[in-house]
Design a protein around this ligand. Structure first.
Ligand code: CP
Length: 305
């Protein structure tokens, strides 16, 4: 049994490549309709206390493709959480019904709490603004697939780094790639918390914080965009002031290298003009699709298969 709780667990290049090779094999098998039914007889529980489109549905699709069944709590409002049942009791109960739990929860640390009482593997599908390790892995899978490498890339994040939990999971993994150059771009209020900057500094990873992207647009290989995370703000007026902090359009792409890519954690709200979708460098839909295969590989990994 292997819980998947944080990015630090994948701060190991060998393990990362093992997961990515598996994901690639599964992607190739799926193209010809020959996905191995390695999870026949298993049950996967998707337990979501917070909304999701990509994470829940890609895990459910991954489950079905591998031959397992799904039981789902798509919304805490339809569960006994509304009667006041604790996360711990819910997880212990579901441990008796399923073989693996995919958990999304609005509280930081919820996945660790769930794992501490679970008899079956727990996969963190996002806990508050703490971590989102499966998103981090699919981000890296996409970079490797699109650009042929991870180490040596120049990656700019134009994003709400205070709350972008996949970046919090990416940081310890980035520490394994000594030649990366990272740029964190945006208003000071949305800056990457110090704890993650300290991790990068200790590992000797080059990074810069900038308020504007213009000076690096022509150099970067990856422009990674995210929305401002409305649901995490205590003060609505602060969200209203910051919500349109990021915007990418065809003028932005005109300044980027021909062989660069644009990623987005999705959902997109204001950040990328739809016209950008037509540019081959817009990789965000391919990024989300690849997540299906990474999550298939992660289900197998969690179950020791
Ligand atoms: N990227 C991501 O986690 O999307 P969902 O919130 O739709 O799952």
């Amino acid at each position: 049994m292997q819980h998947i709780l944080n990015g630090k667990q994948f701060a190991d290049q060998k393990l990362l490549q093992k997961i990515f090779s598996r994901a690639h094999e599964l992607e190739e098998a799926d193209k010809i309709g020959k996905t191995p039914k390695l999870l026949t007889g298993k049950i996967v529980a998707t337990v979501f206390y917070e909304t999701s489109t990509r994470t829940r549905l890609s895990f459910e699709s991954a489950t079905e493709k591998l031959g397992a069944g799904v039981i789902s709590m798509a919304d805490a409002k339809t569960s006994s959480a509304v009667k006041g049942e604790s996360l711990e009791d819910t997880i212990k109960i579901i441990s008796g019904y399923a073989d693996v739990i995919i958990l999304r929860h609005p509280e930081n640390g919820a996945a660790e709490r769930a794992a501490s009482v679970s008899d079956i593997p727990v996969i963190n599908a996002g806990d508050g603004y703490n971590e989102h390790p499966t998103q981090a892995l699919l981000d890296l899978y996409c970079m490797q697939k699109e650009l042929g490498r991870i180490d040596g890339l120049k990656i700019a994040f134009l994003a709400d780094l205070r709350y972008q939990r996949n970046v919090h999971s990416l940081t310890p993994i980035f520490c394994q790639f000594p030649n990366l150059e990272l740029y964190f771009i945006g208003p000071k209020e949305l800056a990457l918390p110090q704890i993650y900057k300290d991790q990068l500094t200790s590992a000797g990873i080059k990074f810069k914080e900038l308020e504007k992207i213009d000076s690096v647009l022509g150099e970067i290989d990856v422009l990674y965009v995210a929305r401002v995370f409305k649901e995490r703000f205590q003060d609505e007026s602060e969200y209203e002031r910051l919500k349109k902090s990021f915007f990418v359009d065809k003028n932005t792409l005109a300044k980027m290298k021909k062989d660069s890519i644009v990623l987005h954690v999705m959902p997109r709200i204001y950040e990328i003009d739809r016209e950008v979708d037509k540019d081959p460098r817009a990789a965000y839909f391919r990024q989300a699709k690849g997540g299906l295969y990474v999550r298939m590989a992660l289900l197998l990994y969690a179950l020791g298969l």
